[in-house]
Ligand binder design. Structure first.
Ligand code: RB5
Length: 150
């Protein structure tokens, strides 16, 4: 799968390990930074991953900040982006199957590489069910997005 991944300084170390492992598992990984442990701002990386999805350069996104919270809040401000911090495998696949989650967010200060990869595999291996009642719920979410004034 084509994956866009990015992290701030709080997720930089975990991202480096995940990029390597995801590539070793055959994924095409677009690494959108950060590329050093220097302090950086999570909204910049949420925007970069969101744009990659909106422009069709990636099918799924992975974002990492310290807790996973800031990147989740920021990513969900973008049209068509459904991001959630998941630190368990059940939420990671069910979030795709029921809610069409397209960005997995992780906390680099919360979990380690082994669990992060199990969660990523659950997320990447899942597909949206495309059946009711999930479809009509998704349409309601999309309507809320369309109702936003710009
Ligand atoms: C950075 O120190 C930290 O605030 C950020 O990575 C993230 O945890 C925000 O939610």
């Amino acid at each position: 799968m084509r994956i866009a991944i990015a992290a701030d300084h709080g997720g930089f170390a975990l991202k480096a390990q995940m990029v390597e492992q995801l590539r070793a598992e055959g994924h095409v990984v677009l690494d959108l930074g950060t590329h050093s442990a220097e302090r950086s701002d999570y909204p910049d990386f949420a925007r970069a991953v969101g744009l990659a999805l909106q422009e069709g350069r990636a099918e799924r996104g992975i974002l990492i900040c310290g807790s996973g919270v800031g990147a989740t809040v920021a990513a969900n401000k973008m049209r068509g982006i459904r991001a959630c911090v998941c630190h368990d495998t059940y939420s990671a696949h069910q979030g795709v199957e029921h809610d069409d989650m397209n960005v997995l967010v992780l906390g680099g200060r919360v979990i380690g590489i082994a669990l992060a990869m199990e969660i990523a595999r659950a997320f990447l291996g899942a597909r949206f069910s495309n059946a009711e009642p999930y479809l009509s719920r998704l349409r309601k979410v999309q309507q809320m997005e369309d109702d936003l004034k710009h």
